[in-house]
Design a protein. Sequence first.
Lengths: 251, 326
Amino acid sequence: MIAPLAAVAVLLVLWELVVRVGIVAESNIPPASAALSELLNQFGDGAFWSAVGSTLEGWAAGLGIAIALGVPLGLLIGSSRWAYRGLRVPIEFLRPIPSVALIPLAVLIYGQGLQSKVFLAAFASFWPLLIQTIYGVQDVDPVATDTARSFGLGRLERMWRVTVPSAVPYIATGIRISSAVALILAVTAELVIGAAGLGREINVARSGGNLDVMYALIVATGLLGWLLNLATSAGERRVLHWHPSQRGVLT
Amino acid sequence: MRMQRVLAAMAAAALLAVAGCGGDSGSSGGGGSKGGITKVKVGVLPISNVAPLYLGMKKGFFKAEGLQVEPSIGQSGNELVTGMVSGSTDFAFLGYTPLMSARGQGLPVKVVANADNGAETAKDEWTLLLSKKGSPIKKPADLAGKTIAVNALKGVGEVEIKAALDKRGVDPNSIKLLEIPFPEMPAALDKGRVDVIWAPEPFLTTVLDAGGQAVEAPLTTLGSKFPNGTYGTTEKEIAQHKDVVQAFARAINKSSDYATSHPDEARATIPTFTKIPPAVAKKIRLPLWPTTIDRAKLQTLLGFAVKYKVIEKPPSLDDVIWEGAK
């Protein structure tokens, strides 16, 4: 616990020094102290919290759609050799499309609001989940599957009792990755399209030449990402408390 | 190659299919009317020039016309045009140049009301060509051969700067334009990446406060009170909700008149919709907000835009301006 805090403190001191010493002009970037004290100000501002709420709304809806589509599709594609072979090329084609490149399409179809943001966040976070789920299914121990089969378990039951539990660690990792991706895309959509949220507030501060507020909000997006990562990691531990990767080593 | 094309088509079809599910549930096309109040979404840029809209909302001028304005913040004129055409906004505050350019390309957008104009004289102008403190560039003639930062290439900045230089007898083709967003211009000037920046408020005031020099006011050189921005809408909106468009035009014109006669109240609204630091908002230069559309000067602007190849296909002003506009 001490090491990470020390690292953060060192970074903040470096930021402060770089500006104070004049390596970067204070008119270009505010010192860390100014940005952080402005961040405290923002905590007392209702508009800040409603922006945080809007960002989280886009994150949650985007990630939710990605989970709802990515996990079942991943289970299906992963458990059928035929489907995997057939769909591998389209998946490999669609997956690398940066969501940001779809912004013009999103604006044209969904306009400048929440829907565009959700579409972009869902599109971007869908792929890591899909791929993780497919890998998870393909990594199921064949001995376990064969054992289940020799016990006379049907296709559905094998899926539920063997495939899903052994794919869960992969899915959980997929959700953690996708959560970060969904937040990045939500903020990007706000910055670029102007959908309500922290990203838009950053841009408004930038257009108004208010660097203290701008950097305070940038720090806020970082904090939000960190908190969401803590939350998904904690969720992962809870769901996977039985899994070797989460158990303490016994000697 | 053919395979890729097929895949691309599949990808596009899949995206459109996904898109179709979302449908058109946005508050578009005149918005919903409830209790005699019609919601209208207005695309805006978060800059002080749009103050009359917010002042008018505060004074109830829109409510008196049965309208409830919901501003939607955009980043550029072109994006605001897209927003209107796609139906996600009903109106937009944007420059005449991007609107006329869109119209020239056949997009069905129209001017509903005048928004803001340049100052009467150069000393009050709110977008200036600025050089760094101590720079030898002090007057328009010094600009020949220099590198100038504009927010967008092939935008209104390029038109105004080149036309003004031409008028001053400086070869407009001698300058080099570099694209830098407004907020990053002061830093670019500081570091010497450019010789001169074309900066509006609030950056103009911060640069002048830091010892920067005003070299030229292109807009005033083109003409006193030269038109800059407009409130636009789409032909579809005019055809389907003519009463809403008329009500909006009346309300925004009333707001502009009120802002002109009460500049302090207009200024006081600025920190409510921008994040310009209050101390800066107190002293920035404000545009003029006349309500008449200056057709003669717009024709001049259009001529320059064509001359400097910013607008390829010029529309006729009768196509650009809604017949119900002032």
